[in-house]
Design a protein around this ligand. Structure first.
Ligand code: HEC
Ligand code: HEC
Length: 291
């Protein structure tokens, strides 16, 4: 595919220029079972890598991202957002939906938020294939169920408490030095090569990464791509800068297919609206959105 090869060429050139080589991830698809299950896992993998261009799935996507934009290496690495214990955690209680959800629910919900699109049915081929791929990555691991370990304490809650205008400005400097070369000075990325990180084609205000502390954790372990090397302070500042920009509002009802809400959407919370400005306020920050 042309878009992929130009992206790879650009990425290789960038990493080469910076004197870095990216370690190839182990092949996620080695040893697939023959027959329908193997084919499902393969389709799930391909749709996770090419979500916004693959004809089987792109109709559910409302921005320029793929699942792989955030679940880097298709979730097959040890960075934040990996899928290497994901299937072992479900069913589990989700505060956001205020109910117990399945892996299939979790996959479908990402379409509404991170992908700013429509929620596919949990028994659709798209969701089943993606769940088959994620479960394949976790094969042989013990089921955690309710025993999911509590995540390590994040340093970002404390940084948020005292954050202000000066941190946004510091974040702008980090962005110029470490991010703008790929994502562009205006955050719009380069179509087909580097994804937009704010503005109309990015994740919406209801996504996990629209939360500054979650974005900081994710950036610390994933970016700059191929060489995640920021300090915690820098990751926090740049996350604050990125999430201080406009992005699509999230209104839950607009992401449920007409007629699907009552029987298919497994949630007790039926109404939610998030905006980029509102997220800053909710985090206790008295900051105005940047243009
Ligand atoms: C904009 C970034 C982004 C995109 C795009 C994205 N996700 Fe996610 N996803 C996240 C983050 C961040 C989390 C952790 C969520 C949290 O803590 O709220 C997550 C969590 C998940 C989980 C639960 C993981 C676990 O171990 O608990 C699954 C499953 C998942 N995503 C699947 C997908 C699928 C499938 C797609 C594509 C349809 C997708 N995601 C697209 C950012 C993204
Ligand atoms: C070498 C190019 C490069 C650099 C430098 C870089 N990124 Fe990325 N970034 C990418 C690519 C490519 C992806 C998508 C992952 C993939 O396709 O493998 C991505 C994905 C992302 C995403 C999630 C997807 C989205 O569009 O929202 C965020 C957020 C992000 N980068 C933020 C940053 C920040 C902050 C920095 C600076 C600290 C940075 N990036 C530096 C290439 C880069």
């Amino acid at each position: 595919m042309k878009a992929t090869s130009s992206r790879q060429a650009l990425l290789a050139a960038t990493l080469f220029a910076a004197g870095m080589a990216s370690a190839p991830a182990a092949d996620a698809l080695q040893g697939l079972p023959a027959g329908p299950l193997g084919e499902s896992i393969q389709r799930g993998h391909d749709m996770i890598m090419n979500t916004n261009t693959d004809v089987r799935v792109k109709g559910f996507v409302g921005n320029a991202l793929t699942c792989n934009s955030c679940h880097t290496d298709g979730g097959n690495n040890d960075h934040p957002g990996n899928f290497l214990a994901t299937a072992t955690k479900f069913p589990s209680y989700s505060k956001r939906e205020d109910t117990v959800i399945t892996l299939e629910d979790r996959v479908a919900n990402c379409f509404m938020r991170s992908m700013n699109g429509m929620r596919p049915s949990t028994d659709s081929g798209v969701v089943v294939d993606m769940a088959a791929y994620i479960s394949w990555l976790d094969r042989g691991k013990p089921i955690l169920g309710g025993a999911t370990p509590v995540p390590a304490k994040s340093p970002y809650a404390a940084m948020l408490k005292s954050a202000g205008e000066a941190d946004v400005q510091a974040g702008a400097k980090v962005y110029d030095a470490h991010c703008a070369s790929c994502h562009g000075a205006g955050g719009a990325g380069i179509a087909g090569s580097f994804p937009p990180i704010w503005g109309p084609d990015s994740y919406n205000a209801g996504a996990g990464l629209a939360n500054v502390a979650k974005l900081a954790t994710w950036v610390k372990g994933n970016m700059p791509l191929g060489n995640p090397s920021l300090s915690e302070r820098e990751a926090f500042e740049v996350a604050l800068f990125v999430d201080s920009h406009p992005r699509p509002d999230f209104m839950l009802s607009q992401h449920l297919r007409p007629g699907s809400a009552a029987d298919d959407y497994n949630a007790r919370v039926r109404s939610e609206t998030d905006t980029a400005q509102g997220n800053l306020r909710k985090a206790g920050l008295d900051l105005k959105l940047l243009p």
